[in-house]
Design a protein around this ligand. Structure first.
Ligand SMILES: NC(=O)c1ccc[n+]([C@@H]2O[C@H](COP(=O)([O-])OP(=O)(O)OC[C@H]3O[C@@H](n4cnc5c(N)ncnc54)[C@H](O)[C@@H]3O)[C@@H](O)[C@H]2O)c1
Length: 439
């Protein structure tokens, strides 16, 4: 046991600002409101349903995570959002088509009707398949100032004690880190020059950090993953994390690829394809936007299999990822993986995965956990990148020079050990010391 960290209590209201009020955000909001009313259970959420073992296996001490760490209560959440469409959360949830209208949307229509999005900081060049008119006027400087003003107005009007911002908006076009993203000076100058390498997602993230609001990035957008925002988040002691919710196909990949590697089975090819018919799929149908997603999805195998260190096993792997926009399926994504592997003496085998999932049903609990853990991190005084939240991301944000950890179960161990460490409990190494101490 060590000294627990000082964690401020989760007193008062927690404002949750979602950038984007589309399928994921409305499924998150509706699910939390239904849970609060006892009309559903938050399956998929570690903060609500997960347990954690404390001490040795022989101690028999396993607790609910929400009883172990001081998380904000669902009852204390107050919702706010931005979107390029003016629809309230009731209309947006109905249009997203994820939840059943009668059973799950009408039941909480009063709360959903009250959530009306603020005007978005948006430019069409970053998502050309979107045409909403509910946008902030002016240049990038005007947009940044307006987001900051929105945050403060929300804080005052709703009388919230703390805030978290989570990006649940569309995937932007691919942007590489460049000169504008190096320091506060270069970023400020780029904003004044309306530099196109400063996207709306970066403006939201910058505004959040300037206002002391933790920022979690559910999309693959560069957003907060730039040298300037990493440094500023440390300086201002604001938790940040990203990128891209790990929900369906990549979730499977980060379970299967470590298994193949653990058994030293070779991989010659991994072909992944999807059909998806929601608005996310429509935005990703533009090649510039798909490129951002593709980068996020492709990195995973390279990082897990480390072909340079294992050339015989993975040195010649062909990896392909496709997303096809197919409206009839809506939010019900179907993913197929064909994995060509080889074993003892090079004999070939195949693994096939067919995942009929529901995109936002998988994403909503991750968004909830990220909100609650980001708030916990802030109350525990942990600023900068929250690597322990890698568990939730396809392309985990890490400090420069480090490679991201993708293996789902290493990520889980890291997350739970971070909670134990925060609370002053021993971390669990699985060494089995109690056994060796006896012999
Ligand atoms: N399983 C999943 O659903 C999943 C998994 C991983 C990542 N994501 C990512 O999460 C994000 C949200 O997914 P979704 O299915 O809810 O998409 P969606 O299209 O239903 O919702 C996104 C919303 O964001 C709004 N928006 C776009 N740009 C904006 C801006 N600059 N400011 C404010 N609002 C803006 C759009 O109008 C839209 O209503 C996407 O980037 C997606 O790639 C989703």
């Amino acid at each position: 046991m060590s000294e627990p960290r000082t964690i401020a209590p989760a007193e008062g209201k927690l404002g949750v600002l979602t950038v984007g009020l589309g399928a994921v955000a409305t499924t998150l909001i509706a699910g939390v409101e239904l849970t609060k009313r006892g009309s559903g259970l938050p399956f998929g959420s570690m903060t609500q349903m997960g347990t954690i073992r404390i001490g040795k296996r022989t101690d028999g001490d396993t607790r609910l995570i929400k009883d172990f760490v001081p998380l904000a209560r669902l009852e204390d959440i107050v919702w706010g959002a931005w979107d390029v469409f003016p629809d309230d959360a009731y209309v947006a949830a109905s249009r997203a088509g994820v939840l059943e209208q009668g059973k799950h949307i009408e039941a909480i229509s009063d709360v959903l009707r009250d959530i009306r999005p603020m005007k978005a900081a948006f430019e069409r060049k970053y998502a050309r398949n979107l045409t909403g008119e509910h946008v902030k006027p002016g240049n990038k400087r005007d947009m940044l100032n307006a987001i900051r003003a929105d945050i403060n107005a929300f804080r005052d009007e709703k009388k919230v004690d703390r805030l978290v911002m989570i990006w649940c908006a569309s995937t932007e076009i691919f942007i590489e880190p460049g000169p504008a993203h190096q320091s506060v000076e270069t970023l400020e100058a780029a904003i004044d020059a309306n530099d196109e390498t400063v996207s709306p997602a970066m403006l939201y993230a910058y505004a959040a950090i300037l206002e002391g609001v933790p920022f979690a990035n559910g999309s693959p957008n560069l957003a907060v993953d730039t040298p300037v925002l990493r440094e500023l988040s440390v300086k201002n002691n604001v938790p940040i994390s990203g990128k891209d919710f790990k929900t369906g196909q990549t979730l499977m990949k980060t379970v299967l690829a470590p298994m193949v590697k653990a058994r030293q089975l070779g991989v010659s090819g991994w072909y992944s394809t999807n059909i998806l018919g929601n608005r996310d799929g429509e935005v990703l149908d533009a090649p510039e936007n798909f490129k951002t997603k593709e980068e996020s999805k492709l990195g995973v195998l390279e990082d897990i299999l480390e072909p340079a260190k294992n050339p015989d096993l993975y040195g010649n792997i062909f990896h392909k990822v496709q997303i096809n926009y197919y409206p009839p399926r809506g939010d019900n994504k179907e993913g197929w993986d064909n994995i060509d592997i080889f074993g003892w003496m090079g004999y070939e085998m195949q693994i096939k995965v067919n995942f009929l999932c529901r995109d936002s049903i998988l994403a909503a609990p991750l968004a909830l956990d990220l909100v609650l853990y980001s708030d916990l991190a802030q109350r525990a005084g942990l600023g900068g990148i929250q690597e322990w939240l890698s568990f939730y991301y396809k392309s985990p944000q890490v400090a420069p020079g480090l490679y991201p950890e993708h293996d789902l179960f290493i990520q889980l161990t890291k997350l739970k050990n971070t909670l134990r460490w925060m609370m002053g409990e021993d971390t669990i190494t699985h060494l089995g010391r109690e056994y060796y101490d006896e012999i």
